[in-house]
Ligand binder design. Sequence first.
Ligand SMILES: [Fe+2]
Length: 251
Amino acid sequence: MIIAHVSDIHIGGSDESVERALRVRDYINGLPAPVDAVVVTGDIADHALVEEYEIAREAMRYDAPTIVCPGNHDSRAEFRKVLLGETGTGSDPVNQVLRLDGLTIALVDSSIPGRHDGYLDDATIAWLAATLAATEGPVFVGMHHPAVALGLPSVDAIRLTHPDRLQAVLERHPHVRAVLAGHAHTAASAVFAGLPLVVAPGVVSTLKLPGECVLPDDWTEGDALDFAVPPAFTFHVFDGERLVSHTRVVL
Ligand SMILES: [Fe+2]
């Protein structure tokens, strides 16, 4: 089973944001063997505008079952209206599940309206616990914000807060096999709650690592983001037991 994991397309966030998102989409759709699903871990529309979401909807038209969650740049109401086709919108967290043959993917909404850091509120924690309890077989749990510090000061300052709330749920459900995230704009892997935590690279830009710029002077968001590095995404290869994650740059 192969899952394409795309993140941080930030439509409207740069002159090339649309072209880069389309390039990744076309690469995935053009593969000789289709992927089993596509996961997009947030920061879909840079300014959360309806027009940006309308472009994003096309840029995420993958030829495979697709599941998307919001990031800190997104707005739940516009996200729901354009991407999910929901009327009445509402500002409740966008928690969704995708059930495949042999794998369930549950994406939870770690965004906090009006803020850049992340949090899983009571309703989301309850939703995740109920979803995991009702699911047999392996599960990937995903969200925008990484639940651990990555050694990247600008990202670590706005990571998932109170990760113990997530950890407590995951530890009660050993059929969870991985945690997926975005937000960092650079591919990363760590361990959280005894599980692989895999961060997909950013499509719109790539965050420089501490050794790639002078700290702290260069560590403002604008200077630390490299818009020249080509977009990339992650291929998750899962055999039912073992997950191996590969990063693919799309030239
Ligand atoms: Fe982002």
